[in-house]
Design a protein around this ligand. Structure first.
Ligand SMILES: Nc1ncnc2c1ncn2[C@@H]1O[C@H](COP(=O)(O)OP(=O)(O)O)[C@@H](O)[C@H]1O
Ligand SMILES: [Mg+2]
Length: 250
């Protein structure tokens, strides 16, 4: 069952081609890793999927659960079950983390025709999930991401994912800046959330993360194109040999 089908997507930013014909197919139950050098277009791909303004595709197709979502707004995509964990999570001073989470979760529940949580029930739900994701209660009382350490910001992204239960999660360099303990916690959260009805696209620079979250497929993005796809062994190859061989062969 297809969750995401991207066909020959081209995208320009300020008249400069950034994505140059990307095709990618993600099915239920799959984990796809997207690797590639800095500036190759990984974050651009994630922004395009999330519907960020200024990242509209020039040509090509994006189907999410067989629906063309190219005209959907970011919140409509989120309601439909698309989740993006940012490479650089945004701080929202004055917005308490627990209220932020409740609004997001209730918006999706409303869209799905489910009853919305009242504050008390939501607090119970959030405590349970936060505990599983190693997010402390005290963090939830603070403003979103304000004063959070790098590791706390990433854990908070994973908590959002676990609460929202998206169909497709795109994690953009969720491992960057994490020490090994934080990496294990984040990976544990991702593995706990993963099941046969959802899918994950993991954008990462390092194969290290893929020791903890084992992908089914690995794609190497270079200069706006997927130059090679393979299994987990491709990530090991890149770790050992760098991207040069792939760039030169392509
Ligand atoms: N808002 C922007 N304005 C101009 N150039 C941009 C913008 N966003 C991304 N780019 C350019 O697009 C290319 C891809 O960037 P990005 O998707 O962030 O790469 P990656 O995530 O793989 O490091 C880079 O050359 C970057 O400079
Ligand atoms: Mg990036």
């Amino acid at each position: 069952m297809s969750i995401l089908k991207i066909k020959n997507v081209h995208l320009k930013i300020e008249n400069k081609p950034i994505l140059k014909g990307i095709s990618l197919s993600v099915n239920k139950g799959e984990i796809h890793a997207v690797m590639g050098p800095n500036g190759s277009g990984k974050s651009t791909l994630s922004y395009m999927l999330a519907g960020r303004e200024g990242y509209e595709l020039e040509s090509g197709e994006v189907k999410f659960e067989n629906k063309d979502i190219t005209s959907f707004l970011p919140n409509e995509r989120a309601n439909a079950g698309l989740f993006l964990a940012f490479q650089y999570p945004v701080e929202l001073p004055g917005v308490s983390s627990v209220n932020f989470l409740r609004e997001a979760v209730n918006s999706r529940r409303k869209y799905l025709g489910k009853e919305e949580f009242n504050h008390l029930n939501f607090v119970k739900e959030v405590r349970k999930v936060a505990d599983e994701m190693f997010v402390k209660d005290e963090m939830l009382k603070r403003s979103v991401n304000v004063g959070f350490s790098g590791g706390e910001k990433k854990r908070f992204e994973i908590l959002q994912m676990a609460l929202l239960q998206p169909v497709l999660s795109i994690l953009d360099e969720t491992d960057s800046g994490l020490d090994i303990d934080a990496l294990k916690i984040v990976s544990h959260g991702v593995n706990k959330y993963k099941n046969n009805d959802n899918a994950i696209i993991l954008i990462t620079h390092y194969q290290r993360l893929l020791d903890y979250i084992v992908p089914d497929f690995v794609h190497i993005l270079v200069d706006g194109e997927i130059k090679r796809s393979g299994g987990p062994e491709l990530a090991k190859y890149v770790e050992k040999n760098g991207y040069a061989g792939i760039i030169n062969a392509a």
